[in-house]
Structure formats: C-alpha cells, structure tokens
Design a binder for this molecule. Structure first.
Ligand SMILES: Cc1ncc(COP(=O)(O)O)c(C=O)c1O
Length: 367
C-alpha cells in the first residue's frame, strides 16, 4: 500500500506510512535463485529423525515451550565451539525465529530514538529497515568500489559519530566479500572506545574461510556475532537464528524478547538438525565448488564477478539495465535478484542442475 492509500481510520505511525514491506518476488514454477537459500532439501536421515522427534513434541503442544531454549542454546554453543575453536556455553548464545528476529531484538534492547546505529552500505537492507521500525537513527557509512570497508575511514567515522550499534555483514550481502578479521579487530577497538556494540552479521560465515568474529569475543566484550541456520543448515523455512556474545548481551536480549517466542517445534527441529552437522557440512562444500563453477561461467561470457565467500555471486558488465537482464533470465525460467544496485545483479548458488539452467540462460543472454 502506498502512502496516500492508507485508510483515514488506521492510526498507523506517520513515519511508517511511506515504507514498503520487505520482500523479494515469489514466483511459482521457476528456478528461484534470488533469496540465497540453500537449494538442497534436508538429507533423508535428518528428515526421518526430525519427523520422529516432532511427533512426540506435537503431543505436548498444549504446553508452552522452554521460554529460554536452554537445550537448543547448549547445542548451538557446542556447534560454535567445534567450528570456531572458541569455547562458548549456552550462556553465550541467544536463539530466535531467524537472525532477523535476533537483529530486531538487538535494536529493541540497544537501539531506540536516542541511540545511533551505523552500517557500511551496500549491505543487508534489513539492518536500516529494522532501525527505522524501532525509531533508531541510522547512519549509512560507505564501502569502496570493490565493496571493501576502508578500515581507517571506518574507525574515523565511528569515533566521529559515537554510534551505539555498528553493523558489519561479513561475508557481505549483496557483494559476497569478506572483511578480514584483522580489520574487524580494529573496528572492535574503535567501537569499544565510544561505548558501542559491534554487531557482526555472519549469516554466510560457513561458506567463508575467514575466521569468525567469535574469535574476538575474549578480548572485546562488546562484540556480538549474529548467525543463522537458514543458509548452512538448509533451514530457512524453520526460522532459526542466534547470536554469540557475552552473557550480558544475552541478558539484554531476554528483556526485549517476547515470552515463549520460539516454538517447541522449532527448538526440537533445530536441535535435531544440529546433530547432523557433518552431513550439512558436506553440502556446504558442494555449494562452494558450484560457486566457483558459476563464477567461471560468468567470466567466460565476459561478465565481471565480485569475489565471493558466500553462497551467491554479484555480477556486472552486462549490456543494458539490470531490470532488462533480470527479465531475460526470468523469461528463461530463472529468477535472480535485482538488488537495486546500478549495473549489478545477484544470483544465489543452486543445485548443480539449477546452476546448469542458469549457465544455459546466461550463455543465451550474453550472445
Ligand atoms: C546478511 C543477512 N543477515 C540475516 C539474514 C536473515 O536470515 P534469517 O532471518 O533467515 O536467519 C539474511 C537473509 O538473507 C542475510 O542475508
């Protein structure tokens, strides 16, 4: 609904009247490579185990779930300890319905009208969107032409603006580029010196070989790492995200969360998926090698590809407007993403067969 169409009787906040709901097109019957999902369904052994466990949970749906998801947080802590080498416990983890809810909880607890949030764009557009919904002023810092954060400039900006929340997405969406851990460390120092929280959104961390910002936690208590099971665990439909931080951040999240926000179905499904971590990690390796194959195909037709450590690629160098090329792919049954960045389009890495379809369409379009 656009601004002028809101009914006179609806007491909608004036500052929300001009906002469109977030969302990428959902089109039936096409190959969807537009929302950075994991293209593989859960392995059959995971489905079998989950079906069995969920069966017993369904018998208890008259009861509220564990309000603080202690068991799930313990399993997430184990996964983080195993994959980053940093010893964490359930006291360092908070879980919610997707990392978007985690981000919202951080804004609710540490944002607000008198708290500034700062990010480096282009990046995940939901960060400024939640800032707006929670009435948190947002300052958009910039990235270089190659989408890197100039860390000297970034530190200067942080010292000038004294933000309460600083967001870095790494690997970054939409570029796929990573911020080196040494740069994050410098930014953590600068953010700490002005009394802010450095929120590192690592939604795509499992596709990258850069060390996680979890490794900074011991030295920087104000670092918060946001993770999701949507991508690496092929779990987007189940909605499970989490953060890794010092216990004080978890205590703040408890204040801002809704009671019983995470259903017992979600908690059980997520716990079961985590027990199958090795199977999921094998799929990540397939996606990484497919990413390199698709990148090579884009380069072969003369397009430019931004080096990616995520499960998607940002590309440019095509003739014509992104919207026309986006349509040309759709006409060939492949839905990619026009992220509104001049001269660029983004494609998520699919199954090998889906990638073949993308490459075939690409070759026709580039002719
Ligand atoms: C950078 C980034 N953060 C967070 C999310 C949200 O993921 P979810 O809410 O599914 O955990 C996404 C989703 O695409 C993302 O790209």
């Amino acid at each position: 609904m656009v601004q002028s169409q809101w009914p006179y009787w609806l007491p909608l906040r004036a500052d929300l009247r001009g906002i469109s709901p977030y969302g990428a097109p959902q089109i039936e019957g096409v190959t969807a490579l537009n929302t950075n999902e994991n293209p593989f369904p859960l392995p059959s052994e995971v489905v079998a185990a989950m079906t069995e466990r969920l069966g017993s949970v369904i018998g208890n749906l008259n009861r509220y779930p564990d309000r603080d998801a202690i068991s799930l947080r313990g399993k997430l802590a184990h996964y983080i300890t195993q994959t980053t080498g940093v010893e964490v416990t359930s006291e360092n983890i908070w879980a919610a319905n997707g990392s978007n809810e985690i981000l919202q909880t951080l804004f609710l607890s540490c944002g607000g009208a008198d708290h500034l949030a700062l990010g480096f764009t282009p990046s995940y557009s939901v960060h400024p969107l939640i800032a707006q919904i929670t009435k948190t002023p947002w300052f958009a810092g910039s990235r270089d032409e190659d989408f890197a954060i100039d860390i000297t400039k970034a530190k200067k900006l942080v010292r000038e603006k004294s933000p309460h929340l600083v967001f870095v997405t790494t690997p970054n969406n939409p570029s796929g580029t990573s911020t080196p851990i040494a740069d994050l460390k410098e930014l953590a120092e600068a953010t700490g010196s002005v009394g802010g929280l450095l929120v590192v959104d690592e939604a795509y961390a499992e596709f990258s070989s850069e060390p996680s910002a979890v490794t900074l936690l011991a030295d920087f208590p104000h670092v918060v790492v946001v993770r999701t099971m949507s991508k690496a665990f092929a779990f987007a439909g189940a909605r499970t995200g989490y953060l890794v931080a010092k216990p004080a951040v978890i205590a703040a999240s408890l204040v801002a969360r809704l009671p019983y926000h995470l259903s017992s179905l979600t908690q059980t499904a997520a716990e079961t998926a985590l027990e199958f971590t090795p199977a999921m990690q094998a799929e990540i390796q397939v996606l990484i090698s497919e990413r390199e194959r698709v990148a090579a195909a884009l380069i072969e037709v003369g397009f430019r590809v931004v080096p990616s450590s995520a499960n998607f690629l940002l590309f440019s160098g095509f003739k014509g407007e992104p919207s026309a090329i986006w349509q040309a792919f759709l006409d060939r049954g492949v839905l990619i993403r026009d992220i509104g960045l001049r001269g660029f389009l983004r494609v998520s890495i699919g199954t090998p067969a889906e990638n073949e379809q993308f490459i075939a369409a690409l070759r026709e379009i580039a002719e």
